[in-house]
Design a protein around this ligand. Sequence first.
Ligand code: ADP
Length: 825
Amino acid sequence: MKKQSKFGGLRIGVKLALAFGIQSLLVFVMVSLAYSSSTQAISSNNRTKDERVPAMLAAAEAQDQLLRMQSSIRAYLIFGDDESRQEFEDAQVNFNNAMVELQTVLDSPELIADLQTDFDEILNVAGMMFALRINPMQNEPAQRILAQDASYSYESILDSIEKINVIQQDRDATEQHAKQLVLMTDFQRTFALMNSSLRRYVETGDSVHKFDYETYHNENEEIWTQLAAERDILEREQRNHLDNIIRRRDILEPLPQRMFEIVEGDRTRVDLYLFQTRFLPLINDIQGELDNIVENQIQLLENQLTTSSQTLTDTQIQILIGGGIALLLAIGLAALFQRSMALPITHLTETAVKVRDGDLSVQAPVETSDEIGTLARVFNSMTVQLRELIESLEDRVRDRTQRLETVATMGEQLNSILTLDELLQELVNQTQEKFGYYQVQVYLESANYLILTSASGAANTEKMVVEGHQIPINAKSSLVAKAARTADIVWVENVHNAEAWLANPLLPDTASEMAVPIILEGTVAGVLDVQSNQVASFDDADANLFRFLANQASVAIQNAKLFTEINVARQDAENASNLKTQFLSNMSHELRTPLNAIINMTGFVVDGVMGDVNEDQIDALNKTVDSGQHLLSLINDVLDLTKIEAGMMNIIFEDVDVDAVLNSVMSSGKGLVKNKPIDLQADFPAEGLPHMLGDKRRIRQILLNVLSNAVKYTIEGEIIVSAQAEETNIHIIVKDTGIGIAEEDYARIFQTFTQARNSLDNVVSTGLGLPISKQLVELHGGKIWFESEIGVGSIFHVLFPLSPPISDNIVVLDKNVETQQSIEA
Ligand code: ADP
């Protein structure tokens, strides 16, 4: 035997469970992978939808609002208009909303807090800028220096020079004084011009004004030097004012430079400065942070997409690999199943086909130890059993056939025995001998007793038959009585163990017994009882055999009974037949002999043999002869009919010259026509008709009867008798122009003692002629029939075969034998 794989050793259920389990597990794993990756992709999509995109949108919105704030505050700083301020405030509100949105979609409170801090700072700076924009003193430092630090000194210098001028004008009109006055006026003029140029420069920052200022300043310095040099020639009060100017000039001296620095520096306006130095950086900071958020979200989005697509790709690869593994596994399992299941089944099938085709020597290979292996083993043992069974069956069939043949032969032999006692004795003898039983006997039922009719076997049992051994049908302990009561076969395997069994001292060795009812026309007629001196000698097959024998016995009993009945009946029939024959011979002798004597004697008297007779006497005597002859023919007819009916009409076949018979019939016909106005014609073939085999006398009787009927039932006209040979027959036709036969009477014509209702008054009719003729024609193997029409005439056909069939009651005479052996009565 081939070495089995571990798999081959498993049960089919386990194999299938394993195979499908692994496949299912693989499919489950692949489906789980696909599910998990799709879930990831979906969640990533959802996050994109719910978080990333809104976050980016909110950040972009915030950036947009920041730009609006930036541009609107810039516009406000330039134009100081309410519209720009309103725009700023709207943008601020929108920015806050965007921040709230961002806060809800972005899970990053620190970032939001940072943004919020920056934004608060922006608002703070914006508030400062708004406040500065409407407060130029705060907003523009150069102006403030001009207004606060320089203004008083300028005023004071201009006031002092004015006072010096006034005092000067009141001084003596000397050239020196006049010159001093010009100096003082020039100082006053240039100082005022210098001053206003400076103011213009601070206000506008236009360098033209600075240039003017420096020009006037230099001019004024030059004048001041001259003026200061002449201090001593001024009056005391003038000197005091001049000293005031000196002091004031010292105060003013650094201020323009500071103002120039401011105007030419970047802090000309504090609000713009704040805008540049704080607002814009803050804005840029927030923009940068928002950019970061957007970039971050984009990055996250990209990461997620990458991860999702990576996951999907991975899953695809896993599914591909899993599918490949599943496919390989399926192929492997298919191969495994092919080898461990399909192939063994194929081999098993091939073996089964061989067994079916009659080869019982084949053995199915046991390839696995699973159910198929078991099946193969069981199949093999079944084949062996089958082989043994068939062999033993053949033996048993042979044995049975032998027994059946024996039984059949017995049946044939028994059938030939017609007396019941003899038959039953033979039945038991043969059964006992041929099958070697200890005792075989037949009981017949009679008045609730089963009477031993025949026995064979143990030497002294015949005495029982002679003594009329009998068992009451209700005997409880008798197997025979039980079979009779139940009308069924009963048997005991071992009589010694049987509860109720009637022991017979004459049959001491009986060990087992079988009683078979003999059933005749549905009732138990007797019992066939078979006893063996071995235990368990009987089986169902024996039961069937004995039932068959019992049936044979039943048939034989019936046959014997029938035979007895038939014998009685035949005896009765023979007696009756003898009586009839006696009667017929009586008729023949007792009636015909005296009648013939009457006719003959009367004929002699008419012929004058007995002396003279006158005309009247002759006439009367002729009528007597006619009547006698009629009576004779009637008696002959009745006799014929009786013979035919009794099957005793004997026909003598000989070679018949049909022409001669026809001529004889024609001449008799002429006599019958006598004075009737009937033209009787013959139409026979000139070459003559062939001879036929038949009873010449009866053929003549038939034809004469038909012709005499034609004459009887024709008042006038013609009668044509024609004859012709047709193949193996002779066809004779008698055609008349008589009264014809009505169609409704057709059936009556060939019946005995009946006539057609259409008849003639003077016709004497017995209704026997045609029935007898028909019987005679048929005894010749021929046919008789007619065609007829009322008032037109009748055509009678007689057809004789040339060689009629020979049957009982027919004697064929050899032509050469001279002495004819008449068997007629
Ligand atoms: P019967 O002795 O009365 O002639 P048959 O048996 O010979 O007896 O004929 C039976 C009946 O058939 C007759 O009574 C007659 O009515 C009818 N029959 C027979 N032959 C003829 C015929 N040629 N023409 C008319 N009737 C016929």
